[in-house]
Design a protein around this ligand. Structure first.
Ligand SMILES: [Zn+2]
Length: 400
């Protein structure tokens, strides 16, 4: 009896791995025929057909007549079926919390936002539920298959715990317990670090025609975080804290950082640092320096403000220093940058490129691509949706 269970368990595992493999091939290569899937997966046609029948039955994929004139005997192509399963996305940082509803291909149907109130996390998450309900109602969506959260902080995604989010004031916060109570009817609840979510969104839905099996997504905001993808997987780290590149020390004894150390990279290259430098350079000439945002400086630079341009060029230099270090650590194929700073790419990139060429060892021998994100939706928000979508595609449905 016990042996039988093990065998049936294993066959289920294999079947579910095959299911996930086929579903992901359809996602990436659609539209395509069963024959092509069989060729790509090296599974026999009857296995492919049986799994495809299951996916059609679940309404995750659909079949239609192929447009390819070379396909003769079985002129049917498979594609993802949209409009059936939806996921919610909630992206939380210290200032603003954003919401989105997405389909399984990452297309976003609607978004909204509220001010973050992280000091009372339970009440705040209750407000998030109300806001998400309202968004679903507006879009006439009755059920969500999954809900993903991206959070500015160190997150244990497996156990749904926010280990440390200094900007939110959350430490060892069991967010899983709260969200399971608030959304008891949603089967998939996922939580992740925002920069890792951004990397995942780029990996799944980015439109750069590049090999993304080894890349680093750099998220530049008030601080600097990163999602490191090694061989198609997000590097999580022993304590889920990989990619905290904003706190690598560039200048020993430099400016004091919120982490308690001096001279961290984000004290020089983040949006906050850029704003601070600009205010200092303007030296009392600004009307309302406390409300100044990175967008204002970018706008000023585009309007020929010489100081704004110089400050952004300097930010490019500091960004280059850190990026050169990252290239030395990881040896990625590409670095992708997200955040408001990409609106100033023409000002920052030449400097980044110059510093990287000089400082990253092989910068002299080959060109490393450093590109702004290809995503049109905020990466960390789409990343929250991707966390939940990923589970739909990876769901092995193993029931022992
Ligand atoms: Zn630091």
């Amino acid at each position: 009896m016990k042996t039988e269970n093990v065998i049936s368990g294993n066959s289920k595992v294999v079947r579910n791995i095959n299911r996930s493999m086929i579903l992901n091939i359809i996602r990436n290569k659609q539209p395509l025929s069963r024959t092509k899937i069989a060729r790509m997966t090296r599974l026999n046609k009857s296995t492919v057909s049986s799994i495809v029948a299951e996916l059609i039955n679940e309404e995750l994929v659909f079949e239609q007549k192929t447009s390819d004139p070379n396909v003769g005997r079985n002129p049917l192509d498979l594609s993802l079926k949209l409009g059936k399963y939806f996921v919610g996305a909630i992206s939380i940082d210290a200032a603003l919390t954003r919401f989105a509803i997405a389909d399984i291909d990452g297309s976003v149907l609607g978004t909204s936002s509220i001010d973050s109130e992280p000091k009372k996390p339970v009440e705040f998450l209750e407000r998030c539920r109300t806001e998400l309900d309202m968004l679903c109602e507006q879009l006439n969506i009755k059920n969500l298959e999954g809900l993903g959260f991206s959070i500015a902080g160190i997150v244990d995604s497996k156990n749904l715990i926010v280990n440390f989010a200094p900007n939110l004031g959350w430490e060892d916060f069991d967010i899983g317990k709260v969200i399971k109570e608030l959304w008891p009817n949603i089967g998939i609840l996922a939580v992740g670090n925002d920069a890792k979510c951004s990397a995942m969104a780029e990996l799944w839905f980015g439109t750069h025609k590049l090999n993304l099996s080894n890349f680093v997504f750099l998220q530049i905001g008030p601080g600097i975080g990163s999602g490191i993808v090694v061989e198609n997987k997000i590097l999580d780290g022993e304590l889920h804290a990989s990619g905290e590149v904003g706190h690598m020390v560039l200048y020993e004894g430099g400016e004091l950082c919120i982490c308690g150390n001096h001279g961290c990279w984000e004290r020089y290259a983040s949006d906050r640092a850029t704003v601070k430098r600009y205010i200092a350079r303007k030296n009392g000439l600004l009307d309302n320096p406390t409300n100044l945002k990175i967008d204002d400086i970018i706008e000023a630079a585009k309007n020929n403000d010489g100081i704004a341009r110089e400050v952004l060029t300097q930010t490019g230099y500091y960004l280059g220093l850190g990026i050169a270090n990252i290239i030395k650590f990881i040896d990625p194929h590409v670095i992708i940058v997200g955040g408001r700073i990409i609106q100033a790419w023409d000002f920052v990139y030449p400097e980044i490129n110059d510093v990287v060429k000089k400082r990253a060892f092989y910068g002299k021998r080959r060109v490393i691509s450093i590109l702004p994100t290809s995503l049109q939706i905020r990466p960390r928000l789409l990343g929250a949706a991707t966390l939940a979508i990923k589970v739909i595609f990876d769901d092995y449905k193993i029931m022992f």
